[in-house]
Structures are given as C-alpha cells and as structure tokens.
Write a protein that binds this ligand. Structure first.
Ligand code: ATP
Length: 270
C-alpha cells in the first residue's frame, strides 16, 4: 500500500493578509499557533503548555483551510494535510498507517502543522455499536487519539482540524490536551466581504466604475469561496465579451452576480 497517498507537505505561501475579515480570529490563531512555535522557550520558562489541537468549525468555503495554511506560513511550519473522507475510504488498516506515518513525518519536520479536513468523518461520535465489530471510523479515531496523546513530549506540532459538523465530533477529542481550542469561522459580514473582494481583485485590472463596497452590500450570505468565484467569473465574462479587453467592468460583475445564488441560508449561520 502507498502510505504517502493523500498527504502533501509544504510550507504554504498564503499569508494572513490574503484573508479578508476575521480580524479577532486571526489574532487568536496567531497566539495559539505562532507563539508556541516561535517562543517555545518562553512557554517552558513559565511552565505553561501550549495548545495542542484547534478545531475550526463553520460553513464550507469560509476559509478554514486558508486560515490553517496562513498559520503555518506565519510560523514557517511544514504543513501536512489529511482528509478525513480520504482516510475513511482507504483499505482497512491503510488509513491508520497513513495517520501514524503523517504524525511521524510531522515530528521529523517540526515545527509542523497537521491539518485535518472533514475531521468529523474520522473523529465522529462512537456509536453505541452493540456488536463487537469495531468500525473503520472508530479505529481511525482511536489512532488519532493515541497520536495526539503522544504529542506531549513532542515540541512544535499542532493539529488543526476542520469540520462543518462540530456536533458530530466525539467528546473524547475535546478533553484537555487534545482540541483545547474550538473556534467558529463565520461567513463574512459586510466589511469582510469588502475585504475579500479587495483580496481577489488585487491582481485584476478593474475599471473605475467597479464599486466593491456596493458589491459587498449586494452579496449577503455569499461565502469567501463564492466571492472569489465571482471575481474570477467577472474576468471570464469580460474576455467572453471581448477577447482583447483591457479591464473588467462593473457590468461584468453584475452579469455574474445575477447568475449566482448563495448556497448558504440564514438558518445555517450559527
Ligand atoms: P471547506 O469546508 O469546503 O473545506 P473552507 O472553510 O476550508 O471550506 P477554504 O478552502 O479555506 O474554505 O476557502 C475556499 C476558497 O475561498 C479559498 O480559495 C479562499 O481563497 C477563498 N476564501 C474563503 N474565505 C476567504 C476570506 N475570508 N478571504 C479571502 N479568501 C477567502
């Protein structure tokens, strides 16, 4: 079996400035991620143990992955990315092997951040399974718990997990020394939408008639991912209209906006 399948290692290039809005949250993550890595001796001196795991939850497309990458960039940590769904779909035993192998490699490459997407698939609540069959999810969860508990002595390794379904996470992961910090990543408010539009038009040639503030007002319930898509599509519409276009105009943004409907609903916001 290929135990490196599904794992990517890099120091991401994304920075805190690439993320619009979420000012307080970014500060919180800076403290929880950057400080223990950059100032580990200060923690030892004061005898305090840094956070070992952070759970990010919130609707899809609102920058959970991007935040984890920016945190890794800021602390110049190697970034290991695992998907709960992918681990779950592997042959029996391969998922656990990949998990163990990833923690092992993260230790060697420390400081490291292990990012766990769709964490609820693996770290989901253990059902009151009356038969003696241990399910794939339970075996993965138990491996994850063992690895996280083993981080005690290891310095500079942090696990960031992301989920859209925090209520489905097993309580065992919420004990002290595991996911000590639980952070809600909300969909962008007006100011955040404006900042996200600025980020994603930064390298675009946009005409003077494009009013990003107004677009931000008109895109309530849009996620960061959808706003990014809006900017990209507006560029495509401009090219479709005229392949030698030199700027993207307001009309192009409006055309795309009319064709988009946000996937989020009011009811999904916590
Ligand atoms: P999922 O739950 O689907 O994995 P996610 O919350 O992890 O989603 P990301 O993958 O981080 O979301 O974001 C998707 C895309 O949307 C990224 O390419 C990112 O550039 C853009 N995006 C989302 N939120 C923001 C933001 N606040 N500022 C800038 N870009 C954003």
């Amino acid at each position: 079996p290929s135990i490196t399948r599904g794992v990517t290692v890099e120091i991401p290039k994304v920075t805190w400035e690439d993320i619009g809005g979420l000012r307080d949250l970014k500060k919180k993550l800076q403290q929880a991620v950057e400080w223990p890595i950059k100032h580990s001796t200060s923690f030892t001196r004061l005898g305090i143990s840094p956070v070992r795991g952070i759970l990010l939850h919130g609707p899809p497309g609102c920058s959970k992955t991007t935040l984890a990458k920016a945190a890794a960039h800021a602390s110049q940590a190697s970034f290991f990315s695992l998907s709960g769904a992918e681990l779950y779909s592997m042959y029996v035993g391969d998922g656990e092997a990949l998990l163990r192998n990833t923690f092992q490699r993260a230790r060697l490459a420390a400081p490291s951040i292990i990012f766990f997407d769709e964490a609820d698939v693996v770290a989901g609540k253990r059902g009151g399974n009356s038969s003696n069959n241990i399910t794939v999810g339970e075996r993965l969860l138990s491996t994850l718990l063992t690895e996280m508990d083993g981080l005690e002595e290891a310095k500079g390794i942090l696990v960031l997990a992301a989920t859209n379904r925090p209520f489905a996470i097993d309580a065992a992961l919420m004990r002290p020394g595991r996911f000590d910090l639980v952070v809600y990543v909300p969909p962008p408010d007006l100011e955040a939408r404006y900042e996200i539009l600025c980020v994603h038009t930064r390298n675009m040639k946009i005409a003077d008639d494009v009013d990003l503030r107004r677009i931000a007002e008109e895109t309530e319930l849009f996620t960061g991912a959808e706003l990014e898509g809006l900017c990209r599509e507006a560029g495509i519409v401009a090219l479709r209209e005229d392949i030698s276009a030199t700027v993207v105009r307001d009309s192009h943004f409006q055309t795309v906006k009319k064709s988009l409907k946000p996937a989020l609903t009011e009811a999904e916001i916590e």
